[in-house]
Design a protein around this ligand. Structure first.
Ligand SMILES: Cc1cc2nc3c(=O)[nH]c(=O)nc-3n(C[C@H](O)[C@H](O)[C@H](O)COP(=O)(O)OP(=O)(O)OC[C@H]3O[C@@H](n4cnc5c(N)ncnc54)[C@H](O)[C@@H]3O)c2cc1C
Length: 370
């Protein structure tokens, strides 16, 4: 449905395209100008102001943003690409939307700190330490198909670690359907994490369980019980085969659950949201030499290794966003050679084609415009 704001914006954009108005119709320049008047203003970009923050665990924070009117909202389970400027360098990363999709005027991202060597820029850590209340970031439209189906069935949400972030949005949406009488089944959330202190949204979910009897929360704390096998986890939900299942967590956890669902012939009932690439064996792969035209560098990519980490190991710093092939930030032109897509298994040998470094592994020596 077209709102008055959308109609005015469309009209303004059409008028501004007139050559008589140049350089006033330079959208980038106008966005720049609007941004200097109010950082949230833009003709084309979703800009969002940090309006609140809440520590969820010692290493996880929820950041609440107030987007401008170009934000079209999201479906529970979707993610967004955030663009930030850190020391003059533009970075993009992908985060799940963890808030209630019914609240269009604000949205929340829940971000876990990255441990280890901080020589390189961790955007997550910068969001923890560098982003201040009132700061403005740029957001993409929401995307992804880790969403609720139209038809209702009992639901099983399986998460580990920060994989619980999209589950919170899904629970909000299911709760609303239940309140509206369009979802009458029950929901089981099984969540694996180190201990209670490490359990993101622990108090909030406990409160939700108290007020919504159709929700059951099973928390598995690895500090006291060790890592669970999938079979052990599923003892808590013997009717799992009759449920629609949503899965999000570390790659190995997801691989184990996925294998279980596949072996049980239930793959069609399983929806997945990956924060990282799924481990994949590339049959017959061999290491390859990668020649970079612009940087005049030569590096070796290991057998079955994605080009992005191989390039990073060689000291190159290609821009990236998601590292799983969804945001296209690491697009690069391949001049020659054959690559295999680590998600689809497709091979391509076209000269001068665009490839995504994060999901492409070499199948021959390559020449890149890098
Ligand atoms: C769909 C989706 C949803 C997501 N949702 C969430 C969420 O809700 N919450 C959340 O916390 N995270 C989420 N993530 C993960 C998030 O996008 C980031 O990947 C994560 O936070 C790490 O980014 P970073 O910049 O902090 O770390 P980075 O510095 O980008 O490090 C991330 C990883 O990249 C590798 N790496 C980076 N630089 C190098 C290098 N120079 N050499 C070798 N390896 C390198 C390392 O393996 C490292 O562990 C999501 C990801 C996706 C794809």
């Amino acid at each position: 449905m077209s709102t008055p704001f959308a109609a005015i914006r469309q009209h303004a954009l059409r008028t501004l395209q007139s050559p008589w108005l140049h350089p006033l119709n330079d959208t980038d320049a106008l966005n720049e100008l609007l941004g200097s008047l109010n950082p949230r203003w833009s003709l084309t970009e979703v800009r969002a102001e940090l309006s609140g923050r809440r520590a969820e665990t010692p290493d996880t924070v929820s950041l609440e943003f107030r987007p401008n009117r170009l934000w079209n909202g999201f479906a529970a389970g979707q993610h967004v690409t955030i663009t930030v400027d850190i020391d003059g360098v533009r970075h993009q990363r992908v985060y799940s939307l963890s808030s209630d999709p019914a609240q269009a005027e604000r949205l929340t991202l829940t971000v876990k700190r990255q441990p280890g060597d901080r020589q390189r820029t961790s955007v997550s850590n910068w969001l923890h330490d560098g982003l201040r209340l009132g700061d403005v970031v740029t957001l993409s439209a929401a995307a992804g198909d880790f969403v609720l189906p139209g038809a209702a069935r009992p639901a099983l949400l399986l998460s580990a670690g920060s994989g619980i972030t999209p589950m919170r949005a899904l629970l909000h949406a299911l709760r609303q359907r239940a309140a509206a009488g369009t979802f009458t089944d029950d929901v089981v959330l099984i969540h694996v994490c180190r201990d209670r202190a490490d359990q993101i949204f622990a108090d909030e979910l406990a409160a939700l369980v108290r007020e919504w009897p159709a929700l059951r929360l099973v928390a598995w704390h690895t500090a006291s019980r060790g890592r669970p096998t999938v079979a052990k986890l599923l003892e808590a939900v013997p009717d799992y085969a009759a449920r629609d299942t949503w899965l999000c967590g570390p790659a190995t956890f997801m691989a184990d659950v996925e294998a279980h669902w596949q072996a049980a012939g239930l793959a069609a009932r399983l929806r997945l949201e990956r924060f990282g690439l799924a481990p994949r064996v590339v049959e017959g792969a061999a290491s390859a030499e990668i020649r970079c035209e612009r940087s005049e560098r030569l590096f070796t990519a290991g057998a079955g290794e994605a080009l992005l980490p191989a390039a990073e190991r060689a000291g190159l710093k290609p821009a990236y966003g998601c590292r799983i092939g969804i945001c296209r930030t690491c697009l690069c032109r391949k001049r020659s050679g054959t690559v295999e897509n680590l998600v689809t298994g497709e091979q391509s040998s076209e000269p001068d084609e665009w490839i995504r470094l994060c999901v492409s592994t070499p199948r021959s020596d390559l020449q890149l415009d890098l």
